[in-house]
Design a binder for this molecule. Sequence first.
Ligand code: UDP
Ligand code: LCN
Length: 835
Amino acid sequence: MMRRSDSIADMMPEALRQSRYHMKRCFQRYVSQGSRLMKQQHLLEELHGGGGSAAVDNKDSSRLADGFLGHVISCTHEAVVLPPYVALAVRRNPGVWEYITVHSGDLTVQQITPSDYLKRKEILYDNHWAQDDNSLEVNLGALDLSTPRLTLPSSIGNGMHLVSRFLSSRLGGGSRPGTGTATEKMSSMKKPLLDYLLALRYRPGDQQNKLLISDTLDTVGKLQAALLLAQAFVSEQHPDTPYQQMAHRFQEWGLEKGWGDTAEACGQTLACLSEVLQAPDPASVDRFFSRVPSVFDVVIFSIHGYFGQQKVLGMPDTGGQVVYILDQVRALEEELLQRIKGQGLTFTPNILVLTRLIPEAKGTTCNVELEPIENTRHSSILRVPFKTQDGQDLPHWVSRFDIYPYLERYAQDSCAKILDILGRKPDLVIGNYTDGNLVAYLVSRKLGVTQGTIAHALEKTKYEDSDVKWREMDHKYHFSCQFTADMIAMNTSDFIIASTYQEIAGSKDKPGQYESHYAFTMPGLCRFATGINIFDPKFNIAAPGADQSVYFPFTLKHKRLTDLHPQIEALVYGKEENDEHIGYLENRSKPVIFSMARLDKVKNITGLVEWYGQDKRLRDLVNLVVVGGLLDPTKSKDREEIEEINKMHSLINKYQLKGQIRWIKAQTDRVRNGELYRCIADTRGAFVQPALYEAFGLTVIEAMNCGLPTFATNQGGPAEIIVNEVSGFHINPFDGKEASNKIANFFQKCNEDPMYWNRMSTAGLQRIYECYTWKIYATKVLNMGSMYGFWRTLDKEEKQAKQQYLQMFYNLHFRKLANAVPKVGEQLDQATAVA
Ligand code: UDP
Ligand code: LCN
């Protein structure tokens, strides 16, 4: 077995000695068809003899497959075949890649750099560009020399932990080899902390609003002395003594407000800082940063789609991100209020969600500039319009794929509005999805504030080979812009919030969404020799929850929304067919399998309908209800939705599904949707999430919160949310037969043992309560805002150099790409399209 430290290139010669003859035959098979890109499945098939080739002895091939080569190939994500060489991209562990070439004739093995590997790959797609010594190569990893890295794949996504360990070791006097003496490092580390504290204030330059320490405490020694005096003083007070009664004493020692609302709270914060300065450990660093008054106002950019609180869900480009952001805001506001009060401060927090103002709002509030967010006191949606070339507000919705030419102007306009509304700079700017993240970058750079990134759906992994085949797809998807923008935002961002481990680092067998940006190339455009390194401590997992006032178990009879039952009854069991629903359920005694999603290709609702259509046993056991999209293709403007609508109709006809299926158009009322999940649970049915890929999958946790047993895709987030066969089931969306069989088996088992259904329902709920709540999320995210707010001030010169490099990249590269995207609906000279 290989150890982590063993390189494949080093171990290969020994393995070759053991089975040189068979290995040679295998590599000759790989090169026999000339230059090509081979994916893992294909490599494995040919390892096993290339689909039953008579020339291959079965025994030999299986020996080879079980041996070292088999192991290497099973870890090989893809290979570039350029006879006589085969270059392998080997992924032995999440995030750990090795690139090697094997000469198919003499079997010599050589390790190569990611850049060399990518150059070989480019030959297959754009040889001219690949041979150009001066084609654009970007190596963003080369600019991160001082950033410490996580070491184990299992610790990926736990960046704050490394940051606090690193800070505590450097504050405690530890230094990295070659970076100066311990004493120098110690003072150089305490000084930035002191500077950070000295700069803390509610408004820059406003002495009235200084926080924690005044300018008089300008050395670490003075600060420590003041802390000791204050600690001694508060320890003699009654724990409940309000800060106001102690404020004048604090000021005598050079201490300002923000330590706490009571003597007890002040004592704890003072003790935290003393510990951090004297004998820091990761826990005290964590504690201190969770108490520092550094975050009051937060701006979140979620730009595309119809962002509103009612009647928007299920509209094109409008799904989980809206739910996620609104729930997130409620949780963050609650946490901010609690923290600010605990700090003894009276500032009101503000959270602004910046989105696009769409004059043609289709009955939603997307044409309203400022809209308070329900169930919050200090949070609003702020909508800023896109501008046409002649300065008018762009009236219509624009697909997220076509949004790029509008973003720079949007960033400027929204920045001005934000400052106007808040009357101060926000403390934290968070972006969501590519467009939001790019704008978050532009705004946080302009204002000099901490930047957070959320990208629950990175498109690169959704569309196979979308990097190397970007040209083929660019007219439709503009991935040239999207992936470039993603690279800029991920690299400029101070921290990245992911929902699951797999979002960052995938699974044992499959690279994660972020991981797939480690090294990639878009031939003819740009080679990212390193794009983003997932061992960077900026990556953190904070999983979302579901609003438990909306999604609660079907068993809570007293809370059930029975008033809605007649409407739900008509939706599900009605026979009427119109623009709202088609199909009907003949036999209502059968349980219902239910799915709800936007009608995008990747959501694969049509896949589920097809599996159902083809599986007689499943059709006999259950009815199918799906919610999604529009029913009339002429009413949709979304390319993919139109295709999927047509496909739905043809499947219903092909498999004669009427009588067993009810297809209901997208449902925008989430309260009623909550009750709908529960009504499905009343039938002792199940939720099925069949996506070809799902970044997180809010519907999965919504269904589980309602006590509905859930079958969800094993491609992406749901594979982590559900523990297979314990709290639900994984299904493989690429094997419909197996998936429908699994669902049918479940219902058959439920018929034999009715308690089985109850056990799965309860286990799903248990999983949710343990891991997926908004409270856990908000605590983590605000801690990130605070900790990375300090982290970004360290090694400043190096970080600034990287920012400047990225700014140049933005200016010289991204802008050109964005400006070449046709402004949909505006009459533009399309001859400007990128070469
Ligand atoms: N949703 C809805 N009506 C629909 C389709 C979806 O209310 O017709 C909601 C669904 O309940 C969930 C969100 O939209 O809250 C979809 O989130 P998910 O993470 O499942 O997928 P996304 O659309 O973000 O890719
Ligand atoms: C976007 C997606 O595609 C979903 O998988 C997530 O659940 C949603 O955002 C919220 O994070």
